[in-house]
Design a protein. Structure first.
Length: 117
């Protein structure tokens, strides 16, 4: 599967952005899709995910501000980010996997989100 993410940009604190990720290739059988992020000088961290049955999980740092959704017909996953904070600044990566029991093993190219104070 190939993942193409878009929607990053520069926004002021308190603002909103929407990230989208389109999956192509062997999309049948994709189980979970999610978003990770990596801030400068830090390790990549989990942000949110949505399973094939629609169950969602969020990092504590984004709960109540970010919403992940999935359009199964269009093979897209979207991350709506509201109430952005400077600490949300990072490169955001879309991820996918076929098996729930393993770590994410398919990654998009990343899209930069910059939140100014």
């Amino acid at each position: 599967v190939q993942l193409q993410a878009c929607g990053g940009g520069l926004v002021q604190a308190g603002g909103s952005l929407r990230l989208s990720c389109v999956a192509s290739g062997t999309i049948v059988g994709i189980n979970d899709m999610g978003w990770y992020r990596q801030a400068p000088g830090k390790q990549r961290e989990f942000v949110a995910e949505i399973t094939s049955d629609g169950t969602t999980n969020y990092a504590d740092s984004v709960k109540g501000r970010f919403t992940i959704s999935r359009d199964y017909a269009k093979n897209t996953v979207t991350l709506q980010m509201n109430g952005l904070k400077p600490e949300d600044t990072a490169v955001y990566y879309c991820a996918a996997k076929y098996l729930r029991e393993i770590p994410y093993n398919y990654w998009g190219q990343g899209t930069l989100v910059t939140v100014s104070s």
